[in-house]
Design a binder for this molecule. Structure first.
Ligand code: PGA
Length: 255
């Protein structure tokens, strides 16, 4: 079985004090939680302060991005080796990186390879936009993204895939469990099976992301094709994030 994961993507939010408080509150409530790994992904400057807050708990640390070179003249970037010294996880290819910062599947592929090479567990984000969904292209877009992003990557065991339809991110309109089943249980699982075979694919946690809340998490966690969630807005509220993690743990450990 793959591991259940609940990942908080704080994006570019919080002051330093707010970040420390949020991390402390979450680790106080969730450090004993069983059956699900909790990962916090704060902005770069807060990685170390958050790491200090969570160091005596079971909560893990992730980055929101990395640059694949180890070091050198890359002003403003943070390297894979730097991230590997501090974090166990990294989010790669989030749609905001693709849309706002022009990351292509090729760039995502390079970042994924380097994360795996340096022992960081990457969470690959894929998902269609609204026009693509309305045109009936969701499945082909997602499967193309997976194939391109994972091209040449031989080690799928240390990797998670998050399905984040762009129209569901930050909108308050989550995908329905039917859509999630179709894309994650159908397209994503099918594409990974073709690349890695069923046995190895079964080891890859699949996460849903896009307007996940304390109210809707149960309907997603109940799906067999899902191992957890990538949570944006709701991860900035310690009570709600803790609720999402606790519900995921209850649902995933009861089956
Ligand atoms: P959201 O963001 O939960 O605020 O929709 C999810 C994400 O972008 O990872």
């Amino acid at each position: 079985m793959n591991k259940a994961l609940v990942v908080g993507n704080w994006k570019m939010n919080c002051s330093l004090e707010e970040a420390k408080t949020l991390a402390r509150e979450i680790s106080e409530v969730l450090s004993e939680l069983k059956g699900v790994e909790i990962v916090l992904c704060p902005p770069y400057p807060y990685l170390v302060p958050v790491k200090i807050e969570i160091e005596n708990s079971s909560i893990r640390l992730g980055a929101q991005n990395l640059y694949w070179e180890g070091k050198g003249a890359f002003t403003g970037e943070v390297s894979v080796t730097m991230i590997s010294e501090i974090c166990e996880y990294v989010i790669i290819g989030h749609s905001e990186r693709r849309q706002i910062f022009g990351e292509t599947d090729e760039i995502v592929n390079q970042k994924l390879s380097s994360a795996i090479k340096f022992g960081i567990f990457p969470i690959l984000c894929v998902g269609e936009n609204l026009t693509q969904r309305e045109n009936g292209e969701a499945s082909s877009v997602v499967s193309r993204q997976i194939e391109a992003c994972l091209d040449g990557i031989q080690s799928p065991n240390g990797l998670a895939v998050a399905y984040e339809p762009i129209w569901a991110i930050g909108t308050g309109v989550a995908a329905t469990p039917e859509i999630v089943s179709e894309v994650m249980g159908g397209t994503i699982t099918g594409t990974l099976n073709r690349i890695y075979g069923e046995e190895r694919t079964a080891q890859i946690p699949l996460l849903y992301g896009g307007s996940v809340t304390g109210q809707n998490i149960e309907s997603f966690a109940a799906l067999d094709c899902i191992s957890g969630a990538l949570v944006g807005g709701a991860s900035l509220r310690s009570n709600e994030f803790s609720e999402i993690a606790s519900i995921t743990s209850r649902v995933k450990t009861s089956g």
